[in-house]
Design a protein around this ligand. Structure first.
Ligand SMILES: *Cc1c(COP(=O)(O)O)cnc(C)c1O
Length: 462
């Protein structure tokens, strides 16, 4: 019988003009490589990886328009024309008048934390992000998670698991006083919750509550375009608005933002601070000279800023942003067809395997997510990463492990890099590991660095 026509397919909105070959290895080779890397996927050599889903950070494929922009780099020490092009686009697409470039997101986080936070302050936020929290702590602040409870439940189907719980925020304000809260830190979609967005309704409610107490909102806008897309797709009243319009509306509630350009902006390096607060702008513009470089390049080459400026124009294009999220969705649906437990709803940039349900026989002390990421690499050369006990780290005061509710393996999609057939191969491999999951025995940590231990920790198999 002939196949029935169902028009639901989508395809990548680009064609391939240049290719980068990838190495195909066998299992004994990968088992050796995994062991040498201390079963930490961050310590693998990239050339030993077949499909690299470690991160979507700086791993994007640029367009011909962006590559052409690299040739237009104005490498003047001061006042590069690329800086002004980028600044114009930050104004136009994020709606913030002031702008300071940085070499990547954490440099912006470092400066904002230093400028805004006094020792003893509290910073409420919608779940922590690794580099964000560490800079808040180094500045003497204490991060307080005020995200809704559903965010900590991998199986909750709440459409906006990135929302802040206004009661938790109000309780913190009542407990420590508004003066001890320099800003509410909002990210979207929330990476550690599984790439989950906040809603515009929640943002408005939190903005009103914060305003009542004289507290500002600051935005980790690293993946703001994805959050805007989810609002368009899921929130009533936004169906007819463009992603670009929604992005501007989101930013309008914030005093300022920091961005890692290595995500949404479709480039390989870069970051920035953007704000409507002249005082913070003046301080950041002065501070950037110490840590990054002059305020008109902030640790970047002129050509990098040109690629960012052009990336901003491309990131909000409907075909680009919808393809990005649909590719992730395709992967999620395929994995689910094998009964593999995932965080739901699917994230904007990644699929998160629920390692607690995948490996129910492993206690959290045996690092189920770290183990699962290592097993998947050994099976097929697909590289994901741990987001669980290792990433969560230790409490800086007590030195105790912070046991997170979520124990996840993140499979993150570089933008415009892999095709649907790569995803098929990856899904088949994970299904194979799922079949043999009972044989996985867990890991023991044998080396633990002080900061952000997930990057460099080493393990042995039990
Ligand atoms: C990547 C990221 C950062 C840090 O940015 P870098 O460019 O990696 O320094 C901050 N916040 C979020 C949400 C991120 O994803």
């Amino acid at each position: 019988m002939a196949k029935k026509i169902i028009k639901h397919s989508w395809a990548e909105p680009y064609k391939i003009k240049m290719v980068e070959p990838i190495k195909v290895t066998d299992k004994p080779y990968r088992q050796k490589a995994a062991k040498e890397a201390g079963y930490n996927t961050f310590l693998l050599k990239s050339e030993d990886v077949y499909i690299d889903l470690l991160t979507d950070s700086g791993t994007n494929a640029m367009s011909d328009y962006q590559w052409a922009g690299l040739m237009m780099g104005d490498e003047a020490y001061a006042g590069s024309k690329n800086f002004y092009h980028l600044w114009d686009n930050v104004k136009k697409y994020y709606g913030m008048p002031y702008f300071v470039p940085t070499h990547q997101g954490r440099a912006a986080e470092h400066m904002i934390s230093k400028i805004m936070i006094k020792p003893g302050d509290f910073i409420p936020g919608n779940m922590y992000f690794t580099t964000t929290r560490v800079h808040q702590e180094l500045a003497g602040g204490t991060f307080v998670d005020v995200i809704i409870d559903e965010a900590h439940d991998a199986q909750s189907k709440h459409p906006f698991k990135g929302n802040i719980d206004p009661n938790k925020l109000e309780a913190l304000i009542n407990k420590v006083g508004a003066k001890k809260i320099p800003y509410v830190c909002i990210a979207g979609p929330v990476n550690m919750a599984g790439g989950q967005p906040f809603s515009m309704a929640n943002l408005k409610e939190i903005a009103t509550l914060a305003k009542k107490h004289g507290i500002k909102l600051w935005f980790d806008g690293t993946r703001a375009t994805e959050n805007a897309y989810f609002i368009q797709q899921k929130e009533k009243g936004y169906e007819k608005k463009t992603v670009a319009q929604i992005l501007i509306e989101i930013c309008s509630y914030f005093d300022g933002m920091w961005v890692s350009a290595k995500k949404d902006l479709l480039v390989n390096i870069g970051g920035f601070i953007a704000t409507r607060n002249k005082r913070v702008f003046d301080e950041a513009r002065n501070m950037v000279v110490i840590y990054e470089g002059l305020h008109s390049y902030g640790g970047l080459a002129g050509r990098d800023m040109e690629a960012m400026a052009r990336g901003i124009e491309e990131m909000v294009k409907p075909e680009n942003i919808s393809m990005r999220v649909k590719q992730v969705e395709y992967c999620g649906k395929e994995l689910e067809s094998y009964g593999i437990p995932l965080v739901k709803p699917y994230g904007g940039h990644a699929i998160f395997l629920d390692a607690k349900l995948f490996l129910p026989h492993l206690k959290q002390d045996l690092f189920p997510a770290q183990s699962l990421a290592a097993e998947i690499y050994e099976d097929s050369g697909v590289r994901g990463m741990e987001r669980g006990l290792v990433s969560s780290g230790r409490d800086p005061k007590t030195g105790e492990n912070r046991y997170p509710k979520l124990e996840l393996v993140r499979l993150t999609f570089p933008r415009r890099v892999y095709t649907q057939s790569h995803i098929d191969v990856m899904v088949e491999s994970i299904a194979e590991v799922f079949d043999k999951r009972k044989k996985i025995k867990g890991l023991k940590m044998v080396y633990e660095p002080k900061y952000l231990r997930f990057f460099q920790a080493r393990f042995v198999k039990l």
